[in-house]
Design a binder for this molecule. Structure first.
Ligand SMILES: *Cc1c(COP(=O)(O)O)cnc(C)c1O
Length: 460
């Protein structure tokens, strides 16, 4: 029954647009099968590989789109928290958006000046506010009660930003509510926002920013224009009511990427043009043309330029056709966690018909450890190398150790195609390193002989 259904699916007329995009998806790999084979000879799969040139060109495209503005993207470090990657973006004019102590430490290690670090946290522990203050980062408060908390633990900074959550006030031009920000734990209500700026003004703060982050993986550029309009409107209202001056408006991140072949990338120029219109009308027209435009995209900055490279190590034919690869959910959690689509290319088989339906699976004892379900791919043989696309954001970053799985290496493909390992793969020693076993380190760390003895146990 199921088989028949698949057959009819295959026979549905081919959408030429999808075919075109599929071709793009297949051919936009920054490396050849041969190159990857020589990389694998040195660095075994699985690994993540990032395309430096792609990251740079893309960052330049975003900056160019906003050339009319005093614009800066603050790369959301959580997307790809590897200092070698963050540095590339910093070299391209990005600041950083950090939300934890280790992310702040990455910014510090890279010598990023405080005025280029946004600290956007929630449920924040005291030491993180302290570190952010010490670095002179722009602190973006998530709640009105954090004013007191910040003052108590770190003091009042000279510049402050608040994160706005519009709740049900979030509307499009034609009055439709977008998404459901009222379900999100982040940000202040409108009433709290006014109160927050008033309190900070009265505490002597002179420099202000306004922030929101309500889009995620959004592919419709108009959503960002709506966000800009909403924030510009608030800036006007707050400036007037409280007599304070805003230095920047941070539209948040959330620019989506076309994970699926039939999707299109966000039209950055159209987005920017629309925001420019609102800027001219609302801010410039009211003597606020000096206000900087910030964004804090993570996904779109690195996502499309990272690939998870993995080798097919098993094929299995039961009720379905399975390809078992040497990567698993610990290397890329999005498909298992959200059912997210990640395009897959079988290297060297780009031109072959996608006429075999597979579940591409990892080795975790979780049935959702599948990189693809019911996916049409060229016939895969054991030993074939697969590139899983769009793994450059929230890929390695979301790694975990459940089931004793180890995080993979990260490689950087430099502008001249040279390969640099920017993070080694975890070893079992790393996995055991934090254990305290009978008052000392776990015996699994010992040399092979002792290790074997331990495994056998006393009665071994
Ligand atoms: C995750 C996050 C971002 C980045 O979102 P992307 O979808 O990766 O662009 C920006 N700001 C905040 C506060 C975030 O939590």
């Amino acid at each position: 029954m199921k088989k028949q259904k698949q057959k009819t699916q295959e026979k549905t007329p081919i959408n030429q647009e999808i075919v075109k995009n599929l071709r793009r998806h297949n051919s936009d790999l920054p490396f050849t099968k041969k190159q990857i084979a020589s990389i694998i000879a040195e660095y075994p799969t699985p690994f993540h590989i990032y395309d430096e040139d792609g990251i740079r060109q893309n960052a330049r495209r975003l900056n160019a789109a906003f050339s009319w503005a005093n614009f800066r993207n603050h790369f959301a470090v959580k997307a790809c928290p590897n200092p070698s990657i963050v540095r590339i973006l910093v070299e391209e004019g990005n600041g950083v958006d950090c939300s934890s102590l280790p992310e702040l430490l990455i910014a510090e290690a890279l010598g990023i000046p405080g005025n280029r670090i946004m600290f956007t946290s929630n449920d924040t522990p005291p030491e993180e506010f302290k570190k952010a203050m010490q670095l002179g980062a722009i602190i973006n408060l998530d709640d009105i009660t954090h004013i007191q908390f910040l003052e108590k633990h770190a003091g009042i900074p000279e510049i402050i930003c608040f994160r706005y959550n519009p709740g049900k006030l979030r509307k499009t031009l034609d009055g439709n509510v977008i998404g459901s920000p009222e379900d999100a734990k982040y940000g202040l209500t409108k009433t709290q926002l006014f109160e927050g700026y008033r309190i900070m003004r009265d505490k002597g703060v002179k420099r202000f920013g306004l922030h929101t982050m309500i889009a995620s993986n959004e592919l419709d550029y108009r959503a960002f224009i709506e966000t800009a309009r909403m924030l510009f409107d608030l800036v006007l209202e707050i400036s007037e009511k409280l007599n304070i001056k805003f230095e920047f408006v941070n539209l948040g991140g959330g620019i989506g990427i076309p994970y699926r072949p039939e999707q299109k990338a966000v039209d950055l120029d159209a987005m920017s043009a629309g925001i420019h219109e609102e800027f001219k009308k609302m801010l410039q027209g009211n003597g606020m043309g000096h206000i900087k435009i910030f964004m804090e995209n993570g996904r779109m900055m690195t996502g499309p330029f990272g690939y998870l490279i993995t080798t097919a190590i098993h094929e299995k034919h039961t009720y379905k056709e399975y390809i078992g690869v040497d990567a698993n959910m610990a290397n890329l959690m999005r498909p298992g966690m959200y059912g997210a689509y990640h395009h897959i290319t079988v290297l060297g088989k780009e031109g072959r018909p996608r006429d075999h339906m597979y579940d591409v699976v990892g080795s975790l004892c979780e049935n959702n450890d599948k990189f693809a379900k019911d996916r049409y791919l060229p016939k895969i043989n054991v030993g074939d190398v697969l590139a899983i696309h769009n793994a450059g954001a929230h890929g390695h970053a979301m790694g975990f150790n459940y089931n004793g799985k180890l995080r993979s290496a990260e490689l950087l493909m430099k502008d001249n195609d040279a390969i640099k390992m920017i993070r080694r793969a975890e070893t079992v020693q790393d996995y055991f390193a934090t254990l305290d076993f009978n008052g000392s380190r776990f015996a699994g760390l010992a040399k092979d002989k002792k290790h074997a003895k331990f495994n056998r146990g006393k009665n071994g």
